[in-house]
Design a protein around this ligand. Structure first.
Ligand code: CA
Length: 229
């Protein structure tokens, strides 16, 4: 089945390039040149993924994220200029799933779209066990194993890991992780979060020379990157 991508982008050149690239890779494409038009198209065509430019005339991208999330869980990948770092984080906190900084290449975009589509499939039929290479997280029994050895995690470390692997491939903002693991009163304790992430990395890395599967997104948050595809 062909997945439909809704592109909300006001620059005609960018819109054309995205549309051509996506169609060439087998996607159906719907285009919108403003936030208003994007919201209308979304309600009408029910796309599988939304690509959303943040700087739009009229209703801007951030407002679009807010309005979409009032009724839809469609994956949103934000396309932002390097100057709008701050807006990117706000968009993620409001429920966008991922971001790409312009300029980006088509292979990178396709990879992010695949992650978004896979994530939808995962959350549709929640799996009781997460497996990535030698790492196994048994959600039903709260048991984490690396190879044949059980990894002993504190309840907080486990919850942090669970949030990351359930959202594998997706960037999780500091704010999101702090709120979900420690509660709304802790949303500004990014240093605290960093400490826990480092503890978790230590406990999970068999081979210290290998790059961590918990990737730092500077200034934004963390992302669990699968070691296997
Ligand atoms: Ca724009």
């Amino acid at each position: 089945m062909t997945a439909t991508i809704l592109v909300i982008e006001d620059e005609p050149q960018m819109r054309r390039a995205l549309s051509a690239g996506l169609r060439a890779n087998g996607f159906a494409v719907e285009l919108a040149a403003s936030g208003e038009e994007g919201l209308d198209r979304l309600a009408l065509v029910r796309p599988d993924v939304v690509l959303l430019d943040l700087t739009l005339p009229g209703i801007d991208g951030l407002e679009v994220v807010t309005r979409v999330r009032e009724w839809s869980l469609v994956p949103i990948i934000v396309l932002s200029a390097r100057e709008s770092e701050r807006d990117k984080v706000i968009a993620l906190d409001r429920g966008a799933d991922d971001y790409l900084t312009k300029p980006f290449g088509m292979p990178e975009l396709l990879a992010r779209i695949r992650v978004a589509l896979r994530h939808v499939a995962q959350t549709d039929g929640a799996e009781p066990v997460f497996v990535d290479g030698d790492l196994r997280v048994d959600f039903a029994h709260r048991i984490v194993t690396l190879g044949n050895a059980e990894v002993h995690l504190t309840p907080t470390e486990y919850e942090l890991l669970r949030q990351l692997v359930v959202n594998a491939g997706k960037v999780m903002t500091h704010h999101m992780l702090l709120e979900r693991v420690w509660g709304p009163a802790s949303v500004d304790d990014t240093q605290y979060l960093r400490t826990y992430v480092n503890q978790l990395r230590r406990k999970l890395s068999l081979d210290p020379s290998q790059p961590s599967r918990i990737v730092t997104e500077p200034g934004i948050g963390y992302r669990y990157r699968r070691s296997t595809v």
